[in-house]
Write a protein that binds this ligand. Structure first.
Ligand SMILES: [Zn+2]
Length: 424
């Protein structure tokens, strides 16, 4: 397992670098260029390229830091930190393990946040302003980022605390970790519109009758009962567009970003809604959750066996630090290392996840076109999506294969054209 892990690690570094290079280069074919020029001006195409390639060097550095930081923290700081937290609490007469875990996690996440803050600021603020996406002032951006960090940290910490308790038990209990993750995924998917969404957005009843009518028509045609249509104020933050569907059971709510109706016609918005209905009709949310359950079963075992490769102390696998001392998997100090291992394993599993995701998207697109009956509207909404988000139109096929959760825009446009031909 040790050899396998080292191979995966070396492969990760080499392969990831190749991917970074390919994603920078992209791949233009004469055929793709002709197709692009039918719908986009050369200026729009260039803007998309610029947005994708701007600050490329910095994004490489960011990825390196993201990856290296947990290792450095693990080998140099994890043990002293977990020890001082332990001593500090003991000094105060507190023996609560949960509290130890929470303090350790808080320090680790804050350090990691501070290390990555300059990158977040560059990509989330400077660049977004340069390309005209962001509507936030510096102060608003900081508050928003802090809030995002806080919410993310709380959710991850709860999950880690649960996983940590299982890791402290003997091996047979390991199977509980994927089950716990599955439970959290269900809870978060279900509660997202009630718990997390209101922290960032104001939602209001959708008022524009012209838009609401076509959306309801599409839903009715698809046999979906729409209880409410909401509008959420993304325009407070940016010009990026989106729409989604929530609700288990037969009654659904539609959420529309207010930015979407600024650039799209009612028919285009209805087309986007039809796409979301396509996902729902084909049970994609449920299938995705089950798929990630299978993934987490695999990854839990991989993490455990990677750790076991070094040996066991009193039944717990351990890893040696730079000073020669050992840190067992049941020590909270192991967490940064586990998170680094997770990055490597997820990288190798991402093509599988993305192949499935792209397949789902094609199914939803097909449903969308069939529902609307007008491939032109579908093409227009795709083109508008690309323009609104300054999409890079010529991604390298290998990069798409590995990373893309959606098919490239031009492939989707081509699909619309093919439907159009068939119709005629
Ligand atoms: Zn989709």
């Amino acid at each position: 397992m040790k050899t396998l892990f080292l191979t995966l690690l070396a492969g990760y570094i080499i392969f990831r670098s190749v991917m970074i290079y390919l994603s920078y280069k992209g791949k233009k074919t004469p055929e793709k260029e002709t197709l692009a020029l039918r719908y986009f001006t050369p200026e729009e195409i260039r803007k998309g390229e610029e947005y994708a390639k701007e600050s490329f060097g910095l994004s490489v550095l960011q990825r390196a830091v993201d990856f290296v930081f947990p290792f450095v923290f693990f080998f140099l700081a994890a043990k002293p930190l977990s020890w001082s937290v332990h001593e500090f609490l003991k000094g105060m007469g507190i023996y609560l393990v949960t509290l130890q875990v929470i303090i350790f996690l808080a320090v680790y996440f804050i350090c990691s946040f501070l290390v990555t803050l300059p990158f977040r600021f560059h990509f989330g603020f400077t660049l977004e302003h340069k390309f005209g996406f962001s509507n936030m002032t510096q102060k608003e951006w900081f508050l928003y980022t802090l809030k995002q960090f806080a919410v993310g940290t709380v959710i991850t910490s709860v999950i880690i605390c649960a996983a940590y308790y299982i890791f402290r038990r003997p091996t047979p209990f390991l199977w509980l970790i994927p089950v716990v993750l599955l439970a959290f995924e269900f809870i978060i998917t279900f509660l997202y519109p009630y718990l997390i969404l209101p922290l960032f957005y104001k939602k209001s009843a959708f008022e524009d009758e012209k838009y609401a009518r076509v959306m309801r028509e599409v839903a009715e045609k698809a046999g979906v009962k729409v209880s409410k249509i909401f509008q959420i104020n993304e325009s407070k933050y940016s010009k990026h567009t989106n729409a989604f569907f929530t609700g288990f059971g037969p009654e659904k709510s539609i959420y529309i970003f207010d930015t979407l109706i600024k650039t799209n016609t009612p028919e285009q918005v209805a087309s986007v809604v039809a796409h979301e209905i396509g996902h729902w009709k084909n049970n994609h949310v449920l299938k995705n959750i089950l798929l990630s359950f299978a993934g987490s079963v695999l990854i839990t075992w991989m993490v455990y066996f990677t750790y076991s490769a070094c040996g066991n102390v009193a039944g717990y696998p351990y890893f040696r630090l730079f000073d020669g001392s050992a840190l067992t998997i049941s020590d909270i100090g192991s967490l940064p290392f586990i998170s680094a291992i997770l990055t490597i394993f997820s990288f190798w599993l991402s093509p599988i996840e993305n192949i499935v995701s792209r397949k789902f998207e094609v199914t939803a697109d097909t449903y969308e076109i069939g529902m609307g009956g007008h491939p032109e509207v579908y093409i227009q909404s795709m083109v508008q999506l690309a323009k609104d988000n300054r999409s890079f139109l010529f991604p390298h096929p290998i990069v798409t294969f590995w990373y893309a959760s959606h098919p490239p825009i031009l492939d989707r446009v081509k699909m619309g054209e093919n439907f159009n031909k068939e119709k005629k």
